[in-house]
Design a protein around this ligand. Sequence first.
Ligand code: G1P
Length: 291
Amino acid sequence: MGKVIRKAIFPVGGMGTRFLPATKAIPKEMLPIVDKPLIQYAVEEAQAAGIENFIFVTGRGKHAIEDHFDYSFELDSMLEERGRSDMLETIRSWMPKPGQISYIRQMQPLGLGHAVWCARDLIGDEPFAVLLADDLVQSRTPCLKQMVDVQADVGGSVVGVMDVPREHTSRYGILDIEKDADDLVSIRGLVEKPRPEDAPSTLSIIGRYILQPEVFEYLDRQEKGAGGEIQLTDAMAATLGKGPFHGLRFEGRRFDCGDKAGFLDASIAFALARDDLAAATREILKSYAGA
Ligand code: G1P
């Protein structure tokens, strides 16, 4: 049902103030979980979901992201000379092909809705995905792939959702649930960062979206919402009723890597999932038990 999802937006314009001083000269999206930058996890997840066009909405001081998704002539030729084909694979295998990546500057930090709106001409009139690299999901099937598969069945828009403690609702976009059928939830309303006492549910949106181009009609108005920012959640809410809109309780564990404790948690979980690091990580954890 509907068009194939070919394009994805990666909003990477944020200042990363929560990770200063690490992010003074390095984009927060380049911080590694084990040995891979957050943004590469997001791009690989999109590739696994069939995405062919990768649109980065970027800002000042984010050149390291562009360099990361480009050939490094010196490094490539040095590894070739030394016959390190294994390492060449590590730096090349995941790279989108020339012409598949676009960079567009957000120019002003006016909110997530504004960042997505900046990519409107590159998206055109087709459904698209949005991935926030701060939200890292460890799962059997990559999270966006789960969503693309569901969207192919139900059509319309699909957002990745998870239940959170009520005291955390003010950190997220929250669903007003129409019908809750296990994994798939149909949505009556969406509220950005409501106070716990005002939240219509505790089901929150994580940074994974499949959206229809109609959201741009609302974003064109540049209306400010919660926190004085142009909110993607408000734009999505404005499209409710114009087509199917679902939340998917994805299989997997989501880490908030925009938060220091979440970042550490992700580092441990991803190290434990690695054949080359699991034993050493377990030893380290054992040595801290009771600390
Ligand atoms: C953004 C969205 C929010 C969503 C969250 C997921 O908020 O505005 O609706 O729940 O991402 O991480 P931010 O974390 O940028 O404040």
